[in-house]
Design a protein around this ligand. Structure first.
Ligand SMILES: [Zn+2]
Length: 118
């Protein structure tokens, strides 16, 4: 989970796609013909936040969807579904709560680490 928080873009990226294509803003970059752009210099997992293809946490497609929604909601300060609290899906909101408290804890720890160094 910490990997997902620290390196969300990498967590959402499939290693095979990463080796094959260029990424822009977390998505596969496409040319004017809408074809994915091949990456002439594929990154090695060892040199990216993945560290290793095998050890990298894998998200199920639904988990990736929830993570994307959470990131968007945080960025724009909105709820996942339009229409107020009553319109929200209970399970998604529970996962959001979990991600929020994890994120708060990790931010606090990061802050403590930074201030302890001085
Ligand atoms: Zn990788």
């Amino acid at each position: 989970m910490e990997f997902v928080w620290r390196h969300g873009d990498w967590a959402l990226r499939d290693c095979d796609d990463c080796q094959r294509y260029i990424f822009r803003d977390g998505e596969i970059a496409r040319g004017p013909d809408k074809e994915p752009l091949a990456n002439p210099a594929p990154p090695q997992c060892e040199k990216t936040p993945c560290k290793s293809r095998e050890a990298k946490p894998r998200l199920a497609p639904w988990q990736a969807d929830v993570l994307r929604a959470w990131r968007t909601c945080r960025q724009y300060r909105c709820l996942p579904l339009a229409g107020g609290l009553a319109a929200q899906d209970e399970m998604t909101m529970e996962i959001f709560e979990g991600l929020d408290s994890l994120s708060a804890r990790l931010e606090r720890e990061e802050l403590e680490r930074i201030t302890a160094r001085r």
